[in-house]
Design a protein around this ligand. Structure first.
Ligand SMILES: Cc1cc2nc3c(=O)[nH]c(=O)nc-3n(C[C@H](O)[C@H](O)[C@H](O)COP(=O)(O)OP(=O)(O)OC[C@H]3O[C@@H](n4cnc5c(N)ncnc54)[C@H](O)[C@@H]3O)c2cc1C
Length: 381
C-alpha cells in the first residue's frame, strides 16, 4: 500500500535517511529550499577565502536515490495532529515524517539591521561574508571585526577573517563578545586557556559577560564601549529551522525536539527527528550538534521508518562519540576518542581529513586531502 514518506532537510541527517530508505518500496519526498547539500564545518574557511566553495557542496539531485524526489522549498510549519507539512504554497500530507531541517542562526528578535549582521549558517552566508569583507577591507581605513558569540563558529570565523585581512595587507582589530562569563564552558581550564592565549596572542580582544547593546549598521556599542565602522559577524547561537510546529512536543530552549531512544517523537510514533533538529539524550546529557551524530542519527531514523513500514519494531539509536576538532586557522583544539587532546596544526589537518571523509564526491574528498596536506594556502574565489 502506498504511504507518504516525507523528509524535511537534505543535510547529513536527511540525506542519509533517504539512502536508508532507498529499498523501502515507497516514494520519498525530500523538502529542502537549497539546491545543494553543504559541508557546514568548512563554511568559516569559505568565508575567509581559504577553501574554494566547489569543495564544500554537491547538487542534491545528483545524490538522491531513485525513489526520492527533491521539492525545492522550505517547510514553514508542521501540524503533527493533522499529519501535514506546510510550505509557502502548499500543504503536504504524510504518513511518516522525518524532521531533519537542521538549525539556523538565532537573531533573538534583535532590531539591528539584518543586512549588516553577517550570520554564518549556510553557503550563501559564507559567500556574502567573503564578498562583503573584501569590500569592507578595501573601503575602510582602520578595519575592525566585531564578532558576537564565542562559540566555535564565532571563534573559527573570527580567526579565518583575521588571517584573511592580514594576508590582504590590511590587518584588522578583532573584538569578540559574549554575554556568557566563560569561554567555551565545555572545555577543561587548561584547554580553554590554550584557546584564549592563541586569540589574545594575535591581538584579539575577548570580552566575556558583554553583549552588543546597539548597532546601527556601522557603529556598535558593547559593555559601555563604542566600536566605530565595524564589520559585524553574528554567531550568537542557533535555533530550530522550521518556524512553526503544532502538537504535543517537548522542546529545548533552542527549539530542538526531545526524542525517544529510537528517534521518534514520544507522542507521535510515525514522526522522527535527527541531526540538529533533535535533542538526543545520552547519559543524562543532550548530545552536541555535530556532523557525526547527524550522519548516523539520520541513518538510524531512516532505517526505523523502513522497519515501521514493514511492521517491524524500531531500534534505538546508539550514538558513538568519534571526538571533535575545531580549527582556528593556524591552530586547533580537539578531543579524540579515548579522551586524548589534540592541538596545533595536527588538529587543523585532522579537521580537513574529516571534511574529506564526510564529503560527497571523490573530487571533493581529494580536494580536502590536499588541504589537509597543505592547509590555508592562498586565496580562493
Ligand atoms: C559554521 C559551522 C561550523 C560547524 N563545524 C562543525 C565541525 O567542525 N564539526 C562538527 O561535527 N559539526 C560542525 N558543525 C555542526 C554540523 O554542521 C551540524 O551539526 C550538522 O550539519 C547537522 O546536520 P543536519 O543534517 O541536522 O543539518 P544540516 O546539515 O544543517 O542540514 C539541514 C538541511 O535542512 C535544510 N533546511 C533548513 N531549513 C529548512 C526548512 N524550513 N524546511 C526544509 N529544509 C530546511 C537546509 O537547507 C539543509 O540542507 C558546524 C556548523 C556550522 C554552522
Amino acid at each position: 500500500m502506498k504511504k507518504d514518506v516525507v523528509i524535511l532537510g537534505g543535510g547529513f541527517a536527511g540525506r542519509n535517511a533517504c539512502h536508508a530508505l532507498q529499498h523501502c518500496g515507497q516514494s520519498i519526498l525530500l523538502v529542502d529550499p537549497s539546491p545543494v547539500t553543504t559541508m557546514l564545518p568548512s563554511l568559516p574557511d569559505v568565508a575567509g577565502g581559504w577553501v574554494p566553495e566547489q569543495l564544500v557542496q554537491r547538487p542534491l539531485a545528483e545524490f538522491l536515490p531513485p525513489n526520492a524526489t527533491h521539492l525545492q522549498t522550505s517547510a514553514a510549519g508542521i501540524d503533527l495532529d493533522a499529519r501535514t507539512v506546510h510550505t509557502p504554497d502548499r500543504t503536504i500530507p504524510y504518513d511518516y515524517l522525518l524532521i531533519a531541517a537542521g538549525s539556523v542562526p538565532n537573531f533573538y528578535h534583535s532590531s539591528f539591521p539584518r543586512d549588516r549582521m553577517h550570520p554564518l549558517g549556510s553557503l550563501d552566508d559564507a559567500r556574502r561574508i567573503r564578498r562583503d569583507f573584501e569590500t569592507y577591507l578595501q573601503e575602510t581605513k582602520h578595519p575592525r571585526l566585531l564578532v558576537a558569540g564565542t562559540g566555535y563558529t564565532g571563534l573559527e570565523l573570527a580567526m579565518s577573517l583575521f588571517f584573511r585581512a592580514k594576508a590582504a595587507g590590511k590587518p584588522c582589530d578583532v573584538t569578540i563578545v559574549d554575554p556568557s562569563p566563560i569561554l567555551l564552558p565545555s572545555l577543561p581550564d587548561k584547554q580553554r586557556q590554550y584557546v584564549l592565549d592563541f586569540l589574545t596572542g594575535h591581538g584579539a580582544e575577548v570580552r566575556l559577560g558583554v553583549a552588543i547593546e546597539s548597532f546601527d549598521g556601522r557603529n556598535a556599542s558593547a559593555g559601555g564601549r563604542t566600536y566605530e565602522d565595524v564589520f559585524l559577524c553574528w554567531a550568537a547561537g542557533s535555533e530550530f529551522a522550521v518556524p512553526e510546529i503544532r502538537g504535543r512536543v517537548e522542546r529545548l530552549r533552542d527549539g530542538r525536539l526531545k526524542v525517544a531512544p529510537d528517534l521518534s517523537l514520544p507522542e507521535y510514533p510515525n514522526v522522527f527527528a535527527a541531526g540538529d533538529a533533535a535533542a538526543i539524550e545520552q547519559r543524562g546529557k543532550v548530545l552536541r550538534k555535530a556532523v557525526n551524530f547527524a550522519y548516523y542519527g539520520g541513518r538510524r531514523a531512516g532505517r526505523n521508518i523502513a522497519r515501521r513500514l514493514r511492521g517491524r519494531p524500531t531500534r534505538p539509536f546508539r550514538p558513538v562519540d568519534l571526538g571533535w576538532v575545531v580549527p582556528f586557522h593556524e591552530t586547533s583544539i580537539g578531543r579524540l576518542p579515548g579522551g586524548l587532546w589534540v592541538h596545533g596544526r595536527l588538529g587543523v589537518r585532522m579537521h580537513y581529513l574529516m571534511c574529506g571523509v564526510r564529503n560527497y564526491s571523490l573530487a571533493n574528498f581529494a580536494g580536502c586531502l590536499q588541504l589537509a596536506w597543505k592547509p590555508n594556502q592562498g586565496e580562493h574565489t
